[in-house]
Design a protein around this ligand. Sequence first.
Ligand code: F6P
Length: 524
Amino acid sequence: MEPLSSSPSWRALLAHRDALSAKHLRDLWVEDPERGEKLTFSCAGICADFSKQRATSETLELLIALARARGLPEAIERLFTGERVNVSENRPALHMALRGEEHVLVDGTDILPEIQRQRERMRVVADAVREGHWKGATGKAVTHVIALGIGGSSLGPRVVVEALRAHADGPQVRFVSNIDPAELDDALNGLDPASTLAVVASKTFTTQETMANAAAVQGWFTNALGPEAVAKHVVAASANVEGAVRWGLPECNVFPFGEWVGGRYSVWSSVGLPVAMALGMAGFERLLAGAHAVDLAFRSTPLDHNVPALMALVGVWNRNVLGATTHAVLAYGSRLASFTTYLQQLEMESLGKRVDEEGNALDLPTCPVIWGGVGTDGQHAYHQWLHQGTDPVSCDFVVSARPMGSNAAHHEILLSHACAQSEALMRGDNTAQSHRDCPGDRPSTTFVLPALDAYHLGALVAMYEHKVFAQSVIWGIDAFDQWGVELGKRIAGEVLPALRGAEQELHPATRHLVGLIHRLGAAS
Ligand code: F6P
């Protein structure tokens, strides 16, 4: 593919940027007071307000021309029809098939019947756990679920369970992802093994952290309840059924999903079991329905109203044209505390790449640093940096129109801050006192959800998933692999024996560090 920076549509964008450069975001509002309506689009009931972007309708037209020149409409079709868009691993990426009812072929086989069969199996186990029919080794019902998994096998269900806590009426779910033993200690603290069920989520069933934690939990059950207890206290969600069976689970405890589901897109599969157990299958299916509505919109809406595509294009505009190196996601809702972390994996693991699909070095920077957290807490921490720091940054605000907690008056205060922050970032405040001066002109998009419920959360997550895909098409990269994480895993495999005292060839820098750790560990 032609390098992005030498394409005519790119040059047109740069010329447009130059024409806009003398204008402050405030001026754009003075020139066109209707821009709020013009630059707000809705998708699956969520409104995306782009009117505080340093962009006009003309900007969007030029970005859409770029998207067409990069073949975005054709790429979307290739994604949905099961082409092998994950080039380096030679796989399709069909997480959308998990949330719809369309027939899609993989290697000539229609995958829908198996998806539906597995969803029914999820329903049976989730209902059994929730209704108390799933009994542990001593005949007790399940009161707690320990969800083991890391990366995509943890973050998706964690975001959903946390965000929808108000709707959860099943067993309490605790997540354990880290190999830091403190995390497992904390999660197991106070739990009765006889009424606890572990869900081990791992696509590969080989990930070191998850397998070590699963072994520890297995020991916790067998010590308390005997070796036969595992079958009644551990289930798995994996694409590697054989691996899970070899590990010691009966096959009926394994809930598989296809290799065509990427780890960071797997919450829609059996990896969502903790969600189904906490909320019920009906809640899980509302999540799928919201995501499916976005799939339909992404596939069929013209680009000029296509919210995920516009999110992607506005992101490219901010990153590549206006030079924002970081992008802050500011979710106004304490139950969305893990949302930014979730997006860090989704966006940075998918788009943190420096070569195109054919292995050629890219001519423009890709994914910005994704960071942020919850408002209003962030306002008392890093918003100072947003308002008066020196680096260009773009922001996403996420708000729920309806209250997420019981006190509606507090929700109004929360919303007043979200609205105020995006206004302050946009218009700034020029005063004679330089320490008070806020330059403004800092772009943001605000996503307004009618309510933080399963349907709209599913929709929101799917919007970001498709944003990532659309950006990968513009930049020409494979969004579905993550080879960069392998090197560290390999080195950790060499370091571990040395930490345990074995003679091991190590880089001098690491040998030095291991020595420090040994010295301080021995001293304490
Ligand atoms: O190391 C990164 C990663 O491969 C993620 O992409 C994935 O979600 C995570 O590890 C966990 O992998 P698995 O589900 O195979 O345990």
